[in-house]
Structure formats: structure tokens, C-alpha cells
Design a protein around this ligand. Structure first.
Ligand SMILES: Cc1cc2nc3c(=O)[nH]c(=O)nc-3n(C[C@H](O)[C@H](O)[C@H](O)COP(=O)(O)OP(=O)(O)OC[C@H]3O[C@@H](n4cnc5c(N)ncnc54)[C@H](O)[C@@H]3O)c2cc1C
Length: 459
């Protein structure tokens, strides 16, 4: 049998898992295979979001999913998502975790920010440790890497994938199967504006890798007849320190204080839910509705009483500090009288028993009726100097709109699977409403591995 060729588009977690599992499956079946990963980034910048991701993974342990995982996701999506896709994800996750362990990845149970979030595991080591382990393994397995090469078009002959057309130096690479793993469209200003409206083009990318995902894989697949999937008005976005140039400098202590706009006015219920239940709405509202697209989290010295409060602050720049609210307002450049009025109205509504405060759960410490907007949990007065402030902007991590795939990672066209075409990770849709917490990386890994194995069956 002549050598078979697989092209993987995208060098993130999904693409690396796909390439590696394809080589392994081919070896098991005695198939002579050549797998190439093409990526539009130069080698030093490849890896999209995966390279910068702390990779929290929604599992109880490497051997088990949390009970009710699939039901929870289907419910959270308002019944819009594909249950079979998430059932396959849950079924394959433990085997995928074991497979990653065989590549040298060790897992631990990380502390979450401050509140107790869903159960999760995480690769042990610095950010990028999982990506590096996959990259090393793929190199050792003989995968070829081609950088600075972007997907332009899929070549389809008589309903069967035949290769890819690439740029900027135009060429056609023939292949027996193609796996798309080129992320979402979070790095494409035009597509962001088209799907999220004016202003979306100025969204800050949360990491350097985020900016490189130009939606080219999605566009090429749609042109080749793939169906759409996921929520095209959905994105994962988080509040980050406006002053920091670092990757993902999130500031997630806002539920324990208040947040104001540049006029010194509150505009949302900071305590409406645990931080991962409110961060998308907060960051989105702040980017699309606030003057200057900036908000200010205001806290007081009570923050320092929360054990390990720094877990929820990933900015390397310390907060602004002042001995009084008017002094803080002056540093922020917002009207001192307005901020003082806002804080005193908020403080007057903090009539609950402050000893009930519990940062780890929704503690029910709500503001008194009449405060607008209300604060539903963690409502303690801001009374103790030093007063602290962080200027915040919204930063996009990934988009939800993508192409339809089934539980075998096959790309679905109008008449069913497009022969020889597979996809995994962010490029596939499936997410609706708000991002299911700690699932984006998991699905890149699981469906990347499935895509590689199944691509071998089709060559
Ligand atoms: C800072 C940060 C923190 C995160 N934290 C978590 C977390 O804790 N848990 C979690 O589950 N998820 C998290 N995520 C999301 C998760 O990491 C990503 O969704 C996941 O890594 C995506 O993997 P992927 O392989 O689909 O895409 P990516 O890793 O983004 O890789 C896409 C690759 O495709 C390349 N590419 C793009 N367009 C083209 C093109 N047209 N032609 C050729 N190549 C192209 C890019 O250069 C890139 O190398 C986080 C993301 C970020 C950025």
C-alpha cells in the first residue's frame, strides 16, 4: 500500500493530539503514514490558545468525570447543544487522560480562584507544560511541521477530501484525510465585528496566541459545505487588568467589592453568582456598553483577610491604593463625589451580618432592598483603608461559533459527513450561551485524539 498522507491544520492541543494519535493508530494497523501539521504562525509563536492555557480540565480525577456532567452541559446550553457529542467527550475523557499520562503529563487537583468551582484537574507544571509534552511527543513520532503557512481552501474531489490549498506562497498539498484544528475566529477583527457588532473588533486578545486564530479554517470548511454549529453570538471573555501587557492578567476579586464605570456608578450585580458564572456577562457588558470600555473594581482592606486572595489576581501590577475613596477616585481619574456617593449608598445597603461572609460559596449576604443594581452575595461595606482599585477591560479567549462535527469528529455537511474531513477543538461549534467551565481544553484533547484515530480508518 502506498504511503498515505494526513494534513492537520493547526498546532494547538487539538492538532497535536490528532497528529499523534493518527501516527499511533497507523502503526497499530501497519499503515505507512505521513502526517504534516501546517500552522499560519511562525514556529516561535505557534500553539494558539493552547500554549498559554492553564488547562483546567473538568474531571473529578484523571480516571473519572463528575456525575451529571453531560446533563449539566445540555441544561446550561438551554437544550441547544448536541448531547451525543458531550456523551462521547465524557466517555473518552479518562482514556485520553491516561494517554496523556503516557506522554509524561502529570495531573494534580488545582486550587480554584477563591470560590469552589466545579471539580477539575490540571497538568502539573508551568503554563504550556501540556502543550510542550504533546509537541515533544509529536516530534518524536515523526510528525512534520510546516510553519508560516495558512489554510486558504479545502480541495474536495467527488465529495472526498483531497487536500488543502495554502498561502501566502500558493500551493496545494494533497492528502487522504484532513483534520481541521485551527481554533475559532477570536483573532479576526472583521469576523468579530460581523458576529458581535460594532466595537468587537477592538476586543483585546487574552493571550498572544489568541490573536493568531483568524477563523480561516472555519471559513474554508463552510465554503466546502460544512454546516455551522454553536452559538455565533457566543464568546468566552474575561475581565483583565487594563494596565498589564501580560497573558491573561485576570482580576477576579470583583465579587467581593463593587465595580463602577468611569462616572463612578455601579452598573451590575457583582455578587450575582460565582465568578465563573458572571465573568462573561460582566466583561461583555463592560466592553460593549460602558463609556471608554473600562470598569474599575473597588475593594478595601477586607480583601487581605481572605486566605490566599492572590489566587484570584493574575495581574503582575499591584492595585492602586489610597487611604480614602475620594483619593482613590483622583488616582483613577473618575469624579470623586460620584464615587463617594456610590460607595456610601452601597455601604448603607450592606445591612446583613458580615460574619456570614464566605468567599468560597454564594453566601447569601445580600444588599438590603432598594440598592440598584442589587448585590446578591458577599455584600460587605467598603469601610477599611487602604482602598484598592483595578481598572478592567474585557479580553476575549475564544469564540463559540464553528463547524458541525459528530461524536466521531467527522465534519458534517448538508448530506452528512464530508468524506475524509475531521475537526476538533475550538473550530467546532457545540458551545451555547456561556462557556461550560473548564471544558474547552478537554474537548480539544479528546476530540483531537478521536479525529486522528478515525482519520486513519478513512485513509
Ligand atoms: C489564556 C487562556 C486560558 C485558558 N484557560 C482554559 C482553561 O483553564 N481550561 C479550558 O478548558 N480552556 C481554557 N482555555 C481555552 C482552551 O485553552 C482553548 O480553547 C484550547 O486550547 C483550544 O485548542 P485548539 O487546539 O482548538 O486551538 P488553539 O490552541 O488555539 O490552536 C489553533 C492553532 O491553529 C493555528 N491557526 C489558526 N488559524 C489558522 C489558519 N487559517 N491556517 C493555519 N493555522 C491556523 C494557530 O496558529 C494555532 O497554532 C484558555 C485559553 C486561553 C487563551
Amino acid at each position: 500500500m502506498a504511503q498515505r498522507k494526513i494534513i492537520v491544520v493547526g498546532h494547538g492541543a487539538a492538532g497535536l493530539c490528532a497528529a499523534l494519535s493518527a501516527v499511533e493508530a497507523a502503526r497499530e494497523r501497519g499503515i505507512d503514514i505521513h502526517v504534516t501539521i501546517v500552522d499560519r504562525a511562525p514556529e516561535a509563536a505557534c500553539g494558539g490558545g493552547s500554549r498559554w492555557s492553564p488547562s483546567n480540565i473538568r474531571m473529578l480525577s484523571p480516571d473519572a468525570m463528575e456525575p451529571g456532567f453531560v446533563d449539566g452541559i445540555v441544561t446550561q446550553s438551554g437544550g441547544r447543544t448536541d448531547r451525543a457529542y458531550f456523551e462521547r467527550l465524557a466517555a473518552e475523557a479518562p482514556a485520553t487522560a491516561r494517554w496523556l499520562q503516557s506522554k509524561g503529563v502529570e495531573f494534580h487537583t488545582p486550587p480554584y480562584y477563591l470560590a469552589r468551582g466545579p471539580a477539575r484537574i490540571q497538568p502539573l507544571g508551568a503554563i504550556g507544560v501540556l502543550f510542550d509534552a504533546l509537541w515533544r511527543s509529536a516530534k518524536a513520532a515523526g510528525v512534520e511541521f510546516v510553519y508560516g503557512c495558512e489554510l486558504r481552501r479545502l480541495v474536495i474531489d467527488a465529495g472526498q477530501i483531497a487536500g488543502v490549498e495554502i498561502g501566502p506562497v500558493p500551493a496545494v498539498l494533497r492528502a487522504d484525510a484532513v483534520i481541521l484544528a485551527s481554533g475559532g475566529f477570536e483573532g479576526n477583527a472583521g469576523m468579530l465585528r460581523q458576529h458581535f457588532g460594532p466595537g468587537a473588533e477592538s476586543l483585546r486578545p487574552i493571550s498572544p496566541g489568541t490573536a493568531l486564530n483568524d477563523g480561516g479554517g472555519i471559513r474554508a470548511a463552510l465554503e466546502a459545505g460544512a454546516r455551522r454549529s454553536g452559538d455565533w453570538n457566543g464568546m468566552h471573555i474575561e475581565p483583565v487588568d487594563a494596565r498589564s501587557q501580560g497573558s491573561a492578567p485576570v482580576v477576579l476579586v470583583y465579587p467581593y467589592g463593587i465595580v463602577v464605570d468611569r462616572n463612578g456608578r455601579r452598573f451590575f450585580d457583582e455578587g450575582a453568582g460565582l465568578v465563573h458564572e458572571t465573568w462573561e456577562k460582566f466583561a461583555r457588558d463592560l466592553h460593549f456598553s460602558l463609556p471608554g470600555r473600562t470598569a474599575y473594581a473597588i475593594l478595601d482592606a477586607a480583601l487581605f483577610d481572605i486566605p490566599e486572595y492572590g489566587r484570584a489576581i493574575r495581574s503582575e501590577i499591584p492595585p492602586m491604593r489610597a487611604e480614602s475613596i475620594p483619593e482613590l477616585a483622583a488616582q483613577l481619574g473618575i469624579p470623586a463625589t460620584a464615587l463617594a456617593e456610590t460607595v456610601s449608598a452601597y455601604n448603607a445597603a450592606c445591612t446583613g451580618d458580615a460574619s456570614r461572609f464566605d468567599e468560597t460559596r454564594k453566601d447569601g449576604l445580600a444588599s438590603a432592598p432598594g440598592l440598584s443594581p442589587p448585590k446578591s452575595n458577599w455584600a460587605r461595606p467598603l469601610a477599611r483603608a487602604p482602598f484598592l482599585a483595578w481598572p478592567l477591560v474585557g479580553a476575549i479567549a475564544y469564540t463559540f461559533g464553528g463547524i458541525a462535527t459528530d461524536a466521531d469528529a467527522r465534519v458534517l455537511g448538508g448530506d452528512g459527513p464530508i468524506r475524509g474531513l475531521y475537526a476538533a477543538g475550538e473550530i467546532t461549534g457545540h458551545f451555547h450561551g456561556t462557556a461550560p467551565n473548564a471544558v474547552a481544553m478537554l474537548r480539544a484533547l479528546v476530540f483531537g485524539r478521536i479525529a486522528g484515530r478515525n482519520a486513519i480508518q478513512s485513509v
